[in-house]
Design a protein around this ligand. Structure first.
Ligand code: NAD
Length: 259
């Protein structure tokens, strides 16, 4: 699939899945706005996109701050001359037994994963409406948005909430020609999983790498997921072939959770 003259914004584009999505959408022909907490990593992703012959701009923003999310979208529009696709990818993991989750920890994970996604949906939809055209919103959910995982209770709750927001927003914005969907990866070998594996090692005494290995052994297709695997689905959701899909939180996990 190739598109022309369309602009996509990806949050958390500095590494991992967000970087993979940004590179794939650039190959698809999108102009990219790369948003992350720090500019360094997104600048290097922008350079990779430039080397592919694509166009990218970068913006520093914390997605849990509503004003910064609106500013990021204004920046994308001003720099790239449009705004068509919003990928609310940034998120954080949190590994903690239910008994030990603190008020600060649950607030942090909800502020970033849930509020950050909410601000991204409403700011993107407001921009599409102001520009008078349709658009696509694509949210990062997870297998943990379909099943609650042990030691990942707060994280799972945040991803269930992302699925709920995806459905509600799809219904509210359908009459405006705006679709809202989510991708639900499984076990992707990124910085987030290094962190999850390390926390499991601390909490359970499992050797480093053992938790990741155990989860990967449970995947039907027999290997860990890559950011490129996820990017294939996001490419479909960002492009015209998915025009009749909305309100879905699609599993792409190699066979872990079946719905
Ligand atoms: P990662 O930790 O490797 O990268 C996340 C990126 O988001 C980083 O660049 C980070 O700086 C950025 N970020 C974090 N908080 C932010 C904030 N408040 N504002 C702006 N940027 C922020 O994570 P990843 O594995 O690439 O995960 C990306 C998304 O996919 C997340 O929403 C995650 O929950 C989801 N996901 C990941 C996996 C997995 O196995 N890695 C599985 C399912 C879902």
């Amino acid at each position: 699939m190739t598109v022309e003259n369309k602009v996509a914004l990806v949050t958390g584009a500095g590494q991992g899945i967000g970087r993979g999505i940004a590179l794939r959408l650039a190959r698809d022909g999108f102009k990219l706005a790369l948003v992350d907490l720090k500019e360094g990593p997104v600048l290097s992703v922008a350079a990779e996109i430039g080397a592919l012959g694509g166009q990218a701009t970068t913006f520093e923003a914390d997605i849990s701050d509503r004003t910064q999310v609106y500013a990021a979208i204004d920046h994308a529009e001003a720099q790239l001359g449009g705004f068509d696709v919003m990928v609310n990818n940034a998120g954080i993991a949190q590994v903690q037994p239910i008994a030990e989750v603190t008020p600060e920890e649950i607030s942090r994970v909800m502020r970033i994963n849930v509020e950050g996604t909410l601000w991204g949906i409403q700011a993107a939809a407001a921009k599409f409406i102001a520009r008078g055209h349709k658009g696509k919103v694509i949210n990062a959910c997870s297998i943990a948005g379909h099943d609650g995982f042990a030691m990942l209770g707060a994280y799972s709750a945040s991803k269930f909430a992302v699925r709920a927001l995806t459905q509600a927003a799809a219904k509210e914005y359908a009459s405006r020609g705006i679709t809202v969907n989510a991708y639900c990866p499984g076990i992707v070998g990124t910085g987030m999983w290094d962190e999850i594996d390390g926390r499991f090692a601390e909490l359970t005494g499992a050797p480093k790498g053992a938790t990741f290995k155990k989860y990967v052994e449970g995947i039907a297709l027999g290997r860990a997921e890559t950011p490129d695997d996820v990017a294939c689905l996001v490419s479909y959701l960002a492009g015209p072939d998915s025009d009749y899909v909305t309100g879905q939180a699609i599993l792409i996990d190699g066979g872990i959770v079946y719905r």
